[in-house]
Ligand binder design. Structure first.
Ligand code: FES
Length: 165
């Protein structure tokens, strides 16, 4: 369980210059900015919620919604673009029934685009969590997705088994 107070004790009350630092700490703990934490931030700094939201939505680094268990990043850099990364993205959007920037309803996958993953020699590239898939084709997309779904099921089974034993 996360102790949210430990974030706020680091920062002086009513010092508005701490806003970005607090938001960064919250996101590091929760992986996104939960509304309850934004309310606590507003109280701590004596700021209006509209100001907090204004800052949280201005910077790309902040997320207002939780991420899925698996983060899929599709490279849209130049090297990947010329090797049809747009179609890879389209295939993923179809497979997951979400658009880039969204998370599936079951919270299993978040789909993101990135400028360059840094693996241009194996373009087009996607990565799922820490795993890279280079020279990826549209045909492989369903297989990649089901691999992660299967891994998730196995983890769930293992956790259930551990709880019951
Ligand atoms: S452009 Fe895709 S990895 Fe660099």
């Amino acid at each position: 369980m996360i102790n949210s107070d430990k974030i706020f004790t680091k920062y002086t009350k009513n010092d508005r210059s701490n806003l970005i630092g607090i938001l960064q700490d919250i996101q590091e703990e929760y992986n996104y900015l939960p509304e309850t934490m934004l309310k606590k931030t507003a109280e701590h700094l004596g700021l209006a919620m509209s100001t907090i939201y204004g800052v949280a939505t201005f910077y790309n680094q902040f997320r207002l919604k939780p991420l899925g268990k698996n983060i899929i990043r599709v490279c849209r850099g130049t090297a990947c673009h010329v090797k049809n990364s747009a179609n890879i993205l389209y295939a993923l959007e179809n497979e997951l029934k979400i658009s880039a920037g969204e998370t599936t309803r079951d919270k299993m996958f978040t789909l993101e685009t990135v400028a360059c993953i840094g693996a241009c020699s194996i373009a087009p590239v996607i990565n799922v969590n820490d795993e890279y898939f280079g020279g990826v084709s549209i045909k492989e997309i369903p297989k990649i997705i089901s691999k992660f779904k299967k891994e998730e099921k196995e983890t769930d089974k293992k956790e259930l088994h551990e709880k019951l034993s």
